[in-house]
Design a protein around this ligand. Sequence first.
Ligand code: C2E
Ligand code: MG
Ligand code: MG
Length: 562
Amino acid sequence: MDFESLRRILDHLPVSFFWKDCNSVYQGCNASFARDAGIASPAGILGLQDQDLPGRSAEAEVYQRRDRRVIDTGEPLLGYEELRHFADGREVMIVGNLLPFHGPDGAVAGIVGFYSDVSDQRATESRLRLLSLHDQLTGLPNQALIRDRLEQAILVAAQRQRALGLICLDIDNFQKVNNTFGHAIGDEVLRLVSARLQQTLFNADTVGRMGGDVFVLLLRDLQHRDDISLVLRKIRQSLARPFMVEGHEVFVTVSLGVALYPEDGEDAASLLKNANTALHKAKEAGRNSYRLYSPAMNASALMWLGLESQLRKAIELGQMEIYFQPQIDAVSGALAGAEALVRWRHPELGLVSPADFIPLAEDTGLIVDIGTWVLNETCVRAKAWHDLGLPLPRVAVNLSPLQFRHQDLVTTVCAALLDSGLDPSLLELEITESAVMHDVDKAADILRYFREMGVRVAIDDFGTGYSSLSHLKKFPITLLKIDRTFIEGTDCDGEDNRAIVTAIIAMGHRLGIKVLAEGVETAAQSEFLRGSGCDELQGYLFSRPLPSAKFQAFLEGLSAAG
Ligand code: C2E
Ligand code: MG
Ligand code: MG
């Protein structure tokens, strides 16, 4: 076979191919090589050298030195990998081979070279490498890479005798964002949060995602322990602005836990563990706050970890209790109703507030059982009080969004009413905005059932969620409960809050819904609310939530007085 026939075969291979004589003068090539080198056709290459070829002139010296080596030693050069800039502007990663060929006399007569483009393959490999160390959703370093970076940073900090800061960050009630808007928007919020965190920190600092809604920030080269509070402030400020996602304005707050090297741990594992403990403390303290780790936290953090299994058994063990808080008619001052509020009497911790264990119960799904228990118990007690002739116009039970979505709620409520014999009109169910906004149509169906049964429905914590007024109109709601954060300050400098409260009352009345203010603590607040036309009031000013027996005594007192 002559060279020309051979070349024609080579033209069809996905490989670039050439041969040169002993002086690095080209003797031939295939079409693919001609294109890379920047000449019109393979025939044109005869007699040229690398410096004559547009795609090779820049590196001509390198190529010729390499040719020389192969020719002088007679040894092939196989599998070298390098980046090439081709004549058509492509930048390509190649794997190449150079082999000597011999003349009839047995001496080296020239060299054959061929290479193939492995860019796609390398890109895939590096993407895979990247993926295994990066979180797919946000592109941030994942847990494995964070640990690695932390270990490196500790080594450097130890050498330079510098401090390091490790921050664990958790988005408060992120479940609520998912429940309200769905997971696609939840994911987008996570991406936007990660972008803001990256903008906020210096480049030398690492932002990573541990999973879920938990992020980790590694601060290198802290000059001073106090610098950390500056960073915490910056983080919270940058996340305070709302996130715009598909036309929704989403607000988030975060809880932060901090551990410092070297005082809070000298290795990656203990720093991560302690920052996480501090984070849990911040969440326990009511979220939207931060905590610096202290060794005293360890004991209670362990307790926190054991809490889930204890909560599972709490109902069986009779550790759950229901307190009742009176609700007052703003005009007459008469009792309008009472809200049932669950408590957990923990053998060692004492009375645990629902603010502390409801989030855990929601995360674990235990809230469904707890909620059903509260509903049944409350109906039984209200029926008993009614039978005693005590003046309780209605009793309210809180429903978690989870119950609203995952349970055959209508059946559960029917059963509670039938079993207890309580008149449905004496029962009020408190739901939050996020529970109904998740699936508006389904929610409207369920609420319509309740109305047909004669059960009342209140929207709890109104103003803190994301409900749209046009949707509220669709629901058969009997009461709007203004969240207590809006009531705070209405008695002094809370000009904004006063405006919001007045607007909610006006809006409720336009829709034919009564309005209750939660968390009324001072006479001045009560005066303002009464003056603004608020229908009902609930708060420490009138009474704290009372244990069942005390509440019964309270009703008996009213009954005797009336
Ligand atoms: P919520 O439904 O908004 O209940 C009102 C909360 O405000 C109660 O806290 C009550 O004790 C408190 N509160 C009442 N008046 C005042 C006041 O004047 N000032 C202040 N600062 N607070 C006042 P609690 O009992 O700790 O309940 C917290 C939350 O836990 C409840 O908020 C509710 O969302 C949830 N929760 C309570 N019981 C249940 C339940 O049985 N099921 C469900 N799903 N959630 C419950
Ligand atoms: Mg409530
Ligand atoms: Mg409330």
